[in-house]
Design a protein. Structure first.
Length: 357
């Protein structure tokens, strides 16, 4: 099934069930008003939501209405935990290679993760508000899962059983703030503002054969200012699958229902052509493009995002249809959008009170 949360003026919105083709929605208030309620009592509530989902898809739900992603909050508007990984080690390898540094051996056996803010997520079409362009504004196209309860010490396979939903993420980064923060030895904080998520979160059965042992074997598309810059395969090169990422968190603590775990930037290896490396599948963040440029030409030439820039992140299913809906955002100054000058009123009468032009 597909679930979304619509804006209603509250912090947690209203839970809706969305049709498979993303055209219709139906309030789930007779079952649960918020997604966290469902995650807390998944065994009891999810079958009821599945019945409603089936009714919406077959035209039997009497009060369905057109689904509008612009009215969506994040599927889980605030969460108990947002932990983001770096499961695609090609991304790490490119960043390290661009500055002539080696990837530590431990990175290949132990996932790299950080804990981000989870009190203020963005909806799929909400503006990305940033204080200054000088902060190095970057998008990061990722996949994320929402968990049920996973006990401390769970194995990766056991952790896979705790996955309830899958969605897309734009893990916004402020690249110019990162070096100073990492130099303190405590990790990201100000350099990671609010993350945005896709309009809908889907259960694993919606992925069909594309879901294989904790990986989504589909193409993640990224379009910057309307130009497609990334068509990255999300499955084969995911070094650590979601079960491993969740188990990494659960090594020393319980993971509670409503935790969100991200994959990190989806990234694919380059291929050698005529003696030179090329990356035909593009990139899922600008930092990676700049690393590629540094490797190829000695320095980056692509700038980070500017106010007014847009980013669209989407994934299509095996049937060619949008699976989660699209994240479609604009970068906006914290000072607000430029005010449009009012259009002057035109006097349609002549001085002699005759008819105007």
């Amino acid at each position: 099934m597909k679930l979304a949360t619509l804006k209603d003026g509250s912090r947690d919105g209203q839970l809706v069930v969305v049709s498979r083709d993303l055209t219709l929605a139906h309030y789930a208030t007779g079952i649960a008003s918020r997604l966290q309620q469902v995650l807390d009592d998944w065994g009891f509530m999810s079958p009821q939501l599945q019945d409603l989902y089936d009714a919406v898809n077959t035209g039997r739900a009497r009060h369905s209405f057109p689904f509008d992603p612009a009215q969506c909050m994040a599927p889980l508007p605030r969460a108990y935990q947002w932990a983001d990984g770096s499961a695609y080690l090609n991304h790490v390898e490119l960043v390290r290679k661009a500055r002539n540094a080696e990837v530590p051996e431990s990175f290949y056996t132990d996932p790299l993760m950080y804990q981000g803010g989870s009190d203020d997520f963005l909806g799929p079409t909400d503006d990305v508000v940033v204080p200054s362009e000088a902060m190095g504004i970057d998008f990061e196209a990722e996949i994320a899962v929402v968990t049920g309860d996973v006990r401390m010490g769970a194995t990766p396979d056991q952790a896979l059983d705790g996955i309830r939903l899958v969605m897309l993420a734009n893990d916004v980064s402020l690249r110019s703030l990162i070096p100073a923060e990492l130099a303190k030895g405590f990790g990201f904080f100000q350099s990671k503002p609010a993350t945005a998520f896709s309009p809908v979160a889907v259960t694993l059965d919606e992925l069909g054969e594309a879901w294989q042992h904790g990986r989504v074997h589909l193409t993640l598309q990224s379009s910057w200012n309307g130009r497609k810059v990334g068509m990255c395969d999300a499955g084969p090169e995911m070094t650590f699958h979601f079960g491993q990422l969740i188990a990494h968190i659960a090594k020393t603590r319980n993971v509670r229902a409503g935790s969100i775990v991200g994959s990190g930037t989806v990234s694919n290896k380059g291929v050698e052509r005529n003696g030179q490396m090329d990356w035909p599948k593009g990139y899922s963040c600008i930092a990676e493009k700049r690393c590629i440029e540094t490797i190829q030409g000695g320095e980056p030439v692509t700038d980070f995002m500017k106010f007014g820039d847009t980013i669209r992140i989407e994934m299509k299913g095996l049937d060619g249809r949008s699976l989660f809906g699209a994240i479609d955002q604009e970068i906006v100054s914290a000072a607000g959008r430029p005010k449009v000058a009012p259009v002057p009123l035109i006097d349609t009468q002549d001085d002699d009170n005759g008819a105007g032009d």
